[in-house]
Design a protein around this ligand. Sequence first.
Ligand code: COA
Ligand code: AMP
Length: 633
Amino acid sequence: MSSYQEIYQSWKNDPEQFWATAAEDIVWEKRWDQVFDGSMGNYGRWFKGAECNTCFNAVDRHVVDRPGQAAIIHHSQMTGQVREISYEDLLEEVSAFGKVLQNQGVEKGDRVIIYMPMIPEAAIAMLACARIGAVHSVVFGGFAAEELSIRINDCTPKLIVAGSCGLEPGRVVEYKPLIDKAIELADHKVSGTIIYQRPDQTPAQMGENDHDWETLMQDVKSTGQLAPCVPVAATDPLYILYTSGTTGTPKGVVRDNGGHMVAMKWSMKNIYGIEPGEVMWSASDVGWVVGHSYIIYAPLLQGATTLMYEGKPVGTPDAGVFWKVIEQHHVKVLFTAPTAIRAIKRDDPSGLLMDKADMTSLKTLFLAGERADPDTIEWSARHLRVPVIDHWWQTETSWAITAIPYGIEKLEGKIGSSNLPMPGYEVHILDETGSELPAGEIGAIAVKLPLPPGNAPTLWGDDQRYISSYLTTFKGYYETSDAGYIDEEGYVYVMARTDDVINVAGHRLSTGGMEEVVASHKDVAECAVFGMNDQLKGQLPVGFIVINNGVERPVEEIEKEVIALVREKIGPVAAFKTAITVNRLPKTRSGKILRGTMSKIANGEEYKLPATIDDPLILDELKTALSQRNIGT
Ligand code: COA
Ligand code: AMP
């Protein structure tokens, strides 16, 4: 068996040969003319000239070897139901839904928005798009109508496929009114919707252009209409996934078909150590990249079983639910965000509920989405008695930049570090001028181009934004917008973002986007939103607002309205619950708002008085305002 060092070195010696070998694990309709063409796209493209189909590799090919094996186990704590879908059944559902989409006029290259809770129909809709060469864009259910409408305008879908509702503890989230509002707000007009009416829940009210999932499926099934796989170019888009950027407009991260399959399949065996037939559980949501990669595509490409979980780590019904699910379904690898473990630890600090479950099937816990704090790693390793591995990645990359490749070598992870660069990634720490920093010094984390397969080749319809966001600051590198350092042994430590993105419960959110909404309130003159450290969610957004002169209403009323506005425009996922009225904001003499200084004060951190500050007394005013809410020093 090779070691991590050997494998990493073999990639470095000949990257094209490395990925060409990995690509042998995929069934291609037509093999590539060139493994990598550096002259194509923004930094080159993988598997030029190849043709393939992602759905074929994720579903059809396994029906030969493992027809009866569960492809998906859906475990819902919200409805109390468990449903298993074999590869054979999944093929039938996906082929039928592919036909439904085609009958609705969806063709290769058309976009389809999927707005669904954690139910198998979300996976079926995604795979059906892949099958017919359509490009899906899944929108997380916790986003509001306006966010959905922004995505409708950007990717101009032909159709929206949705579930009638999501189930949050104590609350049913009716999707249909949100969709109707989003369609009304959007300039681009979709031709219609397909709604999956969740059994035993309040049905969605259907309009003229709304079609019932079940009826359409019965029609095609009863007449034996099934969609075959449509071959697409390896470089054609498989999906678009929107993520927060530095402004309110989200970035439409594009994923291709060929390179993505190669990277997903390689990572399953080599990073997660999952073989065909084994069970992987990524406790995330299909609306996030973790869900795309490790709930749907990678486990299915590997012929494994994916566990799709609807529920929370705590409160559904208690902090023992994860462990019972692992026992019940023989989960080998659990992947979640540190915030979920912190929530469990808060409710069950001694891990008593862990001891009650038989978790002998569990071999590793992988954490990502935010930095895994040492306490969370140590606590979970102590109680689970399995290795706990922090690994770092982004929506843009679709798989880990750094990790412990557990399928290659069971190396010890270093606590506080997100571990070692994976093959494909040459990670550097740079200063503002682009010069390399020595081991141990914090700087911008950049990845030497070209990026490996699976990474976004562009942003939907916006090459220019891709170039300016990622490829301009450091020539020849991809700018991650994360800051950190590498130690003497090559372990990478990811410490903070360098832009205005904050990380709330493992969800990536733009404070700039929130500021746009807060500033749109009629009584707000100006505002600043920044992240405040939170023991459970990692960070929480806090907003300072300055109210227009002459407004006489109580400030508490305005603060409540501002909070409600963010929930209405961005969605509950923003978790924006603190707005504080102040008389003025600290600025430089040239008028730039000093967000960094405010954030340090709110977090009780040391800060240097900025030399260019307009009036230092403002900082004392802010401290007083914060201490009145028990925040900061
Ligand atoms: N649809 C609609 N609303 C949703 C939603 C969805 N799919 N997911 C979350 N929300 C809502 C929640 O109900 C909550 O609303 P509230 O303000 O009315 O309470 C709000 O969005 C914030 O949700 P969340 O951040 O998830 O907080 P929570 O208090 O409900 O749960 C945790 C806290 C830690 C248990 C939860 O965040 C969690 O399990 N996180 C795991 C992280 C994760 O999956 N990250 C993905 C990347 S790996
Ligand atoms: P997303 O695109 O939503 O997956 O968010 C990506 C961002 O989350 C990264 O740029 C980091 O800021 C943060 N992140 C993800 N995983 C880690 C990790 N293991 N350690 C530190 N930060 C992380």
